[in-house]
Each structure stands twice: as C-alpha cells, then as structure tokens.
Design a protein around this ligand. Structure first.
Ligand SMILES: Cc1cc2nc3c(=O)[nH]c(=O)nc-3n(C[C@H](O)[C@H](O)[C@H](O)COP(=O)(O)OP(=O)(O)OC[C@H]3O[C@@H](n4cnc5c(N)ncnc54)[C@H](O)[C@@H]3O)c2cc1C
Length: 536
C-alpha cells in the first residue's frame, strides 16, 4: 500500500498499529515500564520514559484520549482560583508548565485573553489585585499583564456581554490548547522516542511473581481478540477515573484513592461570543468557576463539578448540569442561549484525589499524587492537563528508583512535541497539525477531492481522515470525528452527517468492507445522539 507523504520529522508513519502489535508480541524480556492508560498522564509518562531511553509499552483500553483527556475545558492555565485556596505551589507549578508547553508545542497552544466582568463596585479592585499577583507569579513564563477595563473597553472585547449594571472588567491572560490533538501528537512523540503504544488493548489482569509483586499485565488486542501477556520491571497505572478499578486487579480490597467528579460543557455557535476574548466568572450562584470560551469558531461554556459514584467511558450530563450552565450563561450573555442552541454537550470525569474531610469535590486536591501499593504497582493520578509534563517527570523519577533502572535525566523540558512549528497559523484550517500540515497539503495535491469539506458547518476535509488512519492510529469513525478532528465535540449533528463519508475513506485506508462501514456509521450515530440535547 502507498505509504503517503512523510511528515517533517520523518517518523510519524511509525505510528502504525500493526507494527506496534508485532513489537509488543516480539519482546521476550520484561519491559522497563508497562503503562496502563492512554490519557495525558499515561502518554506523558511514556514520552518522558522513552526520551530517557527506557523500554516502554503503553496499553489503552479504547482509543488514546477516550477518557477525560479529550473532555477538558482546553485551558493551559495556572488556575487563578487555586490562589484563592492558598495553593501557591500548584499555581507556580502550573504557570511554569504553561510556559513550557507553549514553548514545546506552539502549534497547539495559544494565548487567550479572559475578562472577568464586574457588576459590583468592589469587583474590579478585588479581582484586579488577585490577577496582579497571578502575573507576578508567572515570572518569565508570563502570557501578558492583567489590566482593569472601563465599561467601554469591556464592551469592545465582549460585544455580546449583558450591559445592564455592567461597571467594567478585569482582563488577564492564560493559554488555550486542543487537548485531544495534543494527546495524539504526544503519542507520536513517544513513538518517535522508541515507545510502543497500543490503543484498543484493555488490561484485565496484573500478574505477580513468586513474592507477590506485580511483574506484568495481561491485555486483549480487541482487533484480533488475542491475549497479550507482557512482563514488566514496573507497571504504572495511569487510568484516571478508573484508577481504583485497576489497583483492585492487584488488591481487590484496596481502599479508594480517588473521588470521581464530572464536569459538563455545552458548545454553541460562535455568534454567542464573537471575537477572541473569553469570559471568566469566578463565583457562580453555587460558588464554582465558569468559563465561556471561543473555541474553533464556536463558544464553549462550562463547567460543573458533580460527585459521581463510579466512572464510565461515556459520561452523560445531568439535566440539572445543563440547566445550570444555560442559566449562568444567560446571566452574562445579552442573548441567553437555549437548549435549541446547543450544538454539542460533552462531559469529563476528574480523578480527584480523596481527602478525608473535604466537604465537596470542588474543594478536593487538584495536585497530582503518586501512590505505591504493597504489590509494587505504581499509580499516578489527579493533577491536570497543564501539568502533565511535570507529573510525568515526577513519576518516572520514582519509577526508575523502584524498578532499579539506570539513572537518567529527564529530557522533556526542552523536547519539541511532534508537529512543532513556530508559526503554524499560516496553515489556516490545518494550523493544529503544525508541521504535519505539509503532509495534509500533499495528500490534497495528489488527490484534490480530499480537500473538499465534509460538511458546510465545520472546516474538516477528507485529507484529515486519511491522515488520521495512516499516521495517527485512528481505527474507527469515532476516533476520527471525536479525537483526530473535533467534529463531535463542536457539532454532534454535523458530525453524524459526516460519518458515512468518513467510514468510506477509512475503509479504503484500512482495507475494510461495506458491512464494516455500515456498522461504523450506525455505532457513531448512536454515540453522537448522546452529545445532542434531548436525544440522549
Ligand atoms: C470537566 C473537566 C475540565 C477540565 N479542564 C481542564 C483544563 O481546562 N485544563 C487542565 O489543565 N486540566 C483540565 N482538566 C483536568 C484534565 O483533563 C485531567 O487531569 C487529565 O485529562 C487526566 O488525564 P488522565 O490520563 O489521568 O486520565 P484519562 O484521560 O481519563 O486517561 C485514563 C485512560 O485510561 C484508560 N484505561 C482505563 N482502564 C484501563 C485498562 N484496564 N486498560 C487500559 N486502559 C485503561 C481509559 O480508557 C483512559 O483513556 C479538566 C478535567 C475535567 C473533568
């Protein structure tokens, strides 16, 4: 089969699932690290460990990023509100990591202005002071100085804000990124550093040595339905909301480490928040933080913080979460959005680290935790996307000691992430691909029909589908529409319309028949109905 153009790094086409399966099966000696979970935590650890030269295998039960890591608010932020909680260490860490991420993945991180609108006399001095401190803490990694805005200046930045009682605002700067795209680029980065990463490979057993220490895992390759049994010097559990389920594979009575809490987002079209400034509401009616953010030509509003009993792969928004977001948006936007305006609703689950006396999940720690069970299973959980690199560095430092690996320095502070390009904006709709945009352009030059839009409402084209199947290990229509492009998260109805053409292009790439295409389209239609209000 034609291998297609190579991306600039020349290594992107190493991310082929068949090759990954062969390499996972071929290895006889134990891996240095076997990582369970392909979200920000697991893939971050894979990049760090592989870049130090360790032998790494990562296994993900569904697609990379299927869990929380594609469902965040997409902010690379210091977390202004943690200042209020007095957690200066977390803010400092996040501000530093925010700067490193922009440096290493400039094609995926952009500066974003946030305005805190003020309707009370005390808000401008109060938030103005807090944000000055935020600026100072960011030091050389700063994104821009905060300022107090007059009413007129606020209206220039936010023309759709409610004007009644508006006094002015405070503007500050943070970062925005595309979570799933970053994750996919990190998968390629890890592969380029020599790691083997497999999606659709759930781990269902942890094996033990004669002394009872975990010494490997048993997974299933869902595409061939074959078992994969691998040995490991150390198994690293990075399964986010599923952390305790995996720990219990080793110790069925292990007390829970995390308290899952879900957060919903609603997506509207761009007319609700035109321009490039976001709104930050520091205290909603029930004391949470709420954002309205311009995202890929749309408006993203969220989020909630609702404790849940157990985690699933497709969490659904509760009716009260939808009502709360609509109500809060209506308090700040001139034209209050209604259910009919919702283009997509998506939900993520925070793996918050438990603490005995926290009264609500909003008060639970956002720091990461590294936990070692008596069985020797190492777990990384908690934290946030923004700090994934630092979390990985910490974890690999501890893993290397525990697994008695040779000491090697962390290399990720200055490691460019796959797709790195200093001015990717010039690639227009392909900017998010960074340097890979050239590969997409070549695909279109070879076969112009691949440049045709797949839907009038979204800027996705066939070349992205082909690219995802060839170079980014996309295996299903959902992988393409949810995580290689963001169609499902932007407009679930449009994504459903796109599914048949996506299935056709994928079938051509992956050598599948028409029955596969029909089954894929139907599975996606059902999934997408859960992202549309009133049809879940
Ligand atoms: C609503 C919301 C908004 C957020 N917004 C932001 C934000 O704006 N900025 C920010 O910095 N952070 C944000 N976060 C936090 C951030 O998204 C998470 O901290 C991060 O994505 C967690 O990544 P993870 O890898 O630990 O978990 P996940 O992404 O959930 O990954 C765990 C993976 O493990 C896999 N898995 C589970 N069991 C198995 C098994 N047995 N075998 C193999 N694989 C398995 C799952 O399928 C999953 O893909 C937000 C979180 C939420 C919930």
């Amino acid at each position: 089969m034609d291998e297609g153009p190579r991306p600039l790094s020349g290594l992107g086409d190493r991310v082929k699932r068949e090759e990954m399966v062969d390499r996972a099966r071929a290895r006889r000696e134990p891996w240095d690290l076997v990582i369970v979970g392909g979200g920000a935590s697991g893939v971050g650890v894979a990049v760090d460990a592989a870049a130090r030269g360790y032998e790494v295998l990562l296994l993900e039960q569904h697609d990379f990023g299927k869990g929380t890591s594609s469902r965040s608010t997409k902010l690379v932020h210091g977390g202004v509100r943690y200042l209020e909680q007095g957690n200066v260490a977390l803010v400092l860490e996040a501000l530093k990591e925010r700067g490193l991420l922009r440096q290493n993945a400039p094609h995926l991180v952009s500066d974003l202005a946030f305005v805190v609108p003020n309707y009370e006399w005390w808000e401008a001095p109060f938030y103005g002071m807090g944000l000055k401190i935020y600026n100072l803490l960011s030091g050389k990694y700063g994104f821009g100085a905060s300022e107090i805005l007059s009413r007129e200046e606020t209206l220039v930045r936010l023309p759709t804000i409610k004007t009644e009682g508006l006094r002015g605002g405070v503007v500050y700067y943070d970062g925005q990124f595309d979570d799933a795209r970053l994750l996919i680029n990190l998968v390629t980065t890890a592969a380029e550093q020599g790691a083997v990463l497999l999606n659709y490979a759930p781990v269902f057993e942890l094996t033990r040595d004669a002394e009872g220490f975990v010494d490997g895992v048993v997974a299933r390759d869902l595409e061939t339905d074959q078992e994969l049994r691998v040995g490991a010097r150390l198994v690293v559990n990075c399964t986010g909301p599923f952390t305790d389920a995996v720990r219990r594979l080793a110790e069925p009575t292990a007390p829970p480490l995390i308290a899952p809490s879900q957060g919903a987002h609603l997506v509207f079209d761009g007319s609700f928040l035109p321009g490039d400034t976001a709104i930050m509401v520091p205290h909603t009616a029930d004391g949470r933080v709420m954002f309205a953010i311009p995202w890929r030509g749309h408006t993203l509003v969220g989020t909630t913080d609702t404790p849940i009993e157990s985690a699933g792969l497709e969490p659904r928004a509760l009716p009260e979460e939808v009502d709360f977001i609509l109500e809060t948006a209506g308090q700040y936007l001139h034209r209050a959005p209604t259910r009919a305006d919702v283009r997509s609703v998506f939900v993520g689950i925070r793996p918050l680290v438990r603490s005995g006396d926290a009264k609500s999940t909003a008060a639970l720690s956002r720091d990461h935790t590294i936990h070692i069970d008596a069985s020797g299973l190492l777990t990384l959980t908690g934290g946030k996307w923004t700090t994934y690199r630092n979390m990985a560095e910490d974890t690999v430092n501890q893993a290397a000691t525990l697994a008695r690996l040779p000491d090697r320095d962390c290399a990720t502070r200055t490691l460019n992430i796959h797709g790195f390009h200093p001015n990717a904006e010039k690639f227009g709709a392909f900017a998010f691909y960074g340097a890979d945009a050239l590969g997409l352009q070549e695909l279109i030059a070879d076969e112009p029909v691949l440049g045709d839009p797949l839907h009038p409402s979204l800027p996705c084209c066939g070349a992205e589908v082909v690219w995802a199947a060839r170079h980014e290990m996309a295996r299903t229509v959902e992988d393409v529409l949810a995580r290689r492009t963001r169609a499902l998260f932007l407009n679930a109805a449009a994504a459903t319309d796109m599914a048949p053409r996506v299935a056709e292009l994928m079938a051509r790439e992956l050598g599948r028949d028409s029955a596969w295409q029909a089954a894929q389209v139907e599975a996606f239609r059902q999934l997408a109905s859960g992202y549309r209000l009133g049809e879940a």
